[in-house]
Ligand binder design. Structure first.
Ligand code: 5GP
Length: 207
């Protein structure tokens, strides 16, 4: 049966790099990555139809009205949505599908497809997340502090996910993701480490 895997993480959590490496590094992994619709403006180097389909707010609303989305959510003031038809068509044709969504989208997908596997990628600490966001040199100071407070909210939802992956080392996190996709399961000590970091993060996130 085809698999549907939904990956979420706070921004700076490293999910985009992990997914990219997963798709590029392993020949044995054959999974289609969904391309979302968004009202966000393209960043430099982003091309329409590659990372996203960039559409206007009006076009987005029309898609909502016509029931085109499997899920949609507002993230940082922009709207994002996943095509219902694309996902069901690919799964029907026997393809495995991966979606990279925020937590709201992931939980909506899980309601529609209870057999979907939802994965939350955890940063090792809030401090580390801040360092990663600064190193990306993509956002202003103000945006970074907004992203951190948003990340704290997102981390509080991590206990609603099926699988936690701790991104303390890129190599280990990539291996964990591969284990999930190939349904081999994450090593027990990695699961325990992720759960204990999640508890610590939840404490930090509630401050
Ligand atoms: P960015 O604009 O930085 O690419 O993404 C911002 C956030 O929106 C990320 O957490 C990303 O995973 C999430 N996102 C991207 N596409 C979708 C989507 O189709 N639906 C939902 N709910 N979130 C999405």
């Amino acid at each position: 049966m085809s698999k549907l895997i939904v990956v979420s993480a706070p921004s700076g959590g490293g999910k985009t790099s992990l997914i990219k490496a997963l798709l590029e590094d392993f020949d044995e992994i054959d999974i289609l990555l969904g391309i979302s619709f968004t009202t966000r403006k393209p960043r430099s180097k982003e091309k329409n139809g590659q990372s996203y389909y960039f559409i206007s707010k009006e076009e987005f609303q029309k898609k909502i009205d016509e029931g085109d989305f499997l899920e949609s959510a507002e993230v940082f003031g922009n709207y994002y949505g996943t095509s219902k038809e694309w996902v069901s068509d690919k799964l029907h044709k026997g393809h495995d599908v991966m979606l990279e969504l925020d937590w709201q989208g992931a939980l909506q997908v899980k309601k529609f497809y209870p057999e979907a596997i939802t994965v939350f990628v955890l940063p090792p600490s809030i401090k580390e997340l801040e360092v990663r966001l600064k190193n990306r040199r993509q956002d202003s100071k103000e945006t970074i502090s907004k992203r951190i407070s948003f990340a704290k909210e997102e981390i509080q939802k991590s206990n609603k996910f099926d699988v936690l992956i701790l991104n303390n080392s890129f190599k280990d996190a990539l291996n964990d993701l591969k284990q999930v996709v190939t349904e081999q399961g994450i090593a027990e000590e990695r699961q325990e480490e992720a759960s204990s970091v999640a508890s610590k993060l939840l404490e930090d996130a509630s401050i």
